[in-house]
Ligand binder design. Structure first.
Ligand code: KG4
Length: 344
């Protein structure tokens, strides 16, 4: 029997403010490029219209670079996978239209990928030079990003169920919105993480909502934080500057406690002890520490992906595309992006 042909997938990600392209050969990533959009910093958040324009400018150079850095020819690509949603519609349209054009021009299959499923399957990306163990099925995944916050049971690559989620703001949004209240630039999450290191996490207490079962909420925390700051500033205009580290540490601690309470409950209720974390907020050092401590205490097997695969990237779209390719799950050329959707 001859050697099986390699499966090479081009992944495209354009759901928010990163234009990304990656190439995967079987499960091994051979190039992973991303072009961020600094333009949004001046506005304190992502401006959808500007994001779409920047994607339009960036997409061809980014794909070109991904192909060059992979050391392959366009003729080697077996299929093109793209993020269909959720995300900003104008941004998604750029990646979707590019992927359709590429699929038609090369006469190769088109594969649609749910961005959230991509975050989860990022755990299966292999790197050429790094030995790593994949999570064993079934596992629980805490997906915490700027747009999403969910607890998911992963039974198999393409068999995924959301068992708990935020009923309002995502965890990253809670970080970013509270950072804005303190006058920090966007995205505030990484800055809060950095400043929290010099502060006391018990200095202040903010509202922790009581939401039944595995769902949770962050909008009450945001309001409580806003009112707290407003009242303190009325007494002392320099309050934020003088207490920034304590504010950041206490806020971060509250967000972590909300998430950890629900992860522990999910592990207890499902009896699953393999726990993974995904999404941009999984870069948070306090959250990582809390997960590692809980893993030790409750005998969990913890999986924390490398930072480059936690934030938005196209490698996660390519790996999801690979598993869909193996199952023959292809998209039709009339597929339209969706801005809101959960994982089915
Ligand atoms: O997954 P991601 O890159 O983008 C999407 O939301 O799709 O996540 C970005 C979010 C932002 O809200 C950012 O503030 C947050 O992740 N983030 C962090 C940290 N690094 C990124 N939040 C807290 N601590 C961090 N170290």
């Amino acid at each position: 029997m001859g050697k099986q042909k390699d499966i090479i997938i081009l992944g495209i990600e354009s759901s928010c403010d990163d234009t990304a392209a990656a190439i995967i050969r079987n499960e091994v990533i051979i190039s992973n490029e991303v072009s961020g959009q600094a333009i949004h910093m001046a506005y304190g958040g992502v401006v959808p219209e500007l994001a779409s324009r920047a994607h339009q400018q960036n997409i061809i150079p980014v794909v070109d670079l991904a192909i060059k850095n992979a050391g392959i020819s366009v003729r080697d690509i077996s299929a093109v996978a793209f993020t269909r949603g959720p995300g900003l519609l104008g941004s998604l349209l750029v990646g979707t239209s590019f992927a359709k054009g590429f699929s038609l021009a090369r006469n190769i299959p088109l594969i649609e990928v749910n961005h959230l499923q991509g975050h989860v399957l990022a755990h299966f990306i292999q790197e050429k030079t790094v030995e790593k163990k994949n999570p064993e099925f079934p596992f629980l995944c805490l997906l915490v990003s700027g747009g999403n916050s969910q607890i998911i049971i992963v039974r198999d690559y393409l068999d995924i169920e959301v068992i708990g989620q935020t009923i309002d703001d995502a965890a990253g949004e809670a970080f970013d919105k509270c950072a804005k209240v303190m006058g920090l630039p966007y995205p505030g999450g990484p800055l809060i993480d950095k400043l929290a290191k010099g502060g006391n996490p018990m200095a202040y207490v903010f509202a922790k909502p009581r939401i039944p079962r595995l769902d949770y909420s962050f909008s009450g925390l945001k309001t409580s934080f806003l009112y707290f700051i407003r009242d303190r500033i009325a007494e002392n205009p320099d309050f934020i500057e003088e207490h920034k580290a304590d504010l950041c540490a206490s806020l971060q601690e509250t967000i972590i406690q909300v998430l950890m309470t629900k992860v522990k409950l999910a592990a207890k209720e499902t009896g699953i002890r393999t726990i993974a974390v995904a999404g941009g907020v999984s870069a948070n050092s306090g959250l990582r520490e809390a997960l590692i401590n809980a893993a030790e205490k409750h005998n969990w097997v913890m999986h924390i992906p490398p930072f480059k695969f936690t934030t938005d990237n196209a490698a996660m779209i390519a790996i999801t595309g690979y598993y869909k390719f193996l199952k023959g799950e292809f998209a039709s050329h009339d597929a339209v992006p969706y801005s809101r959707v959960t994982i089915k």
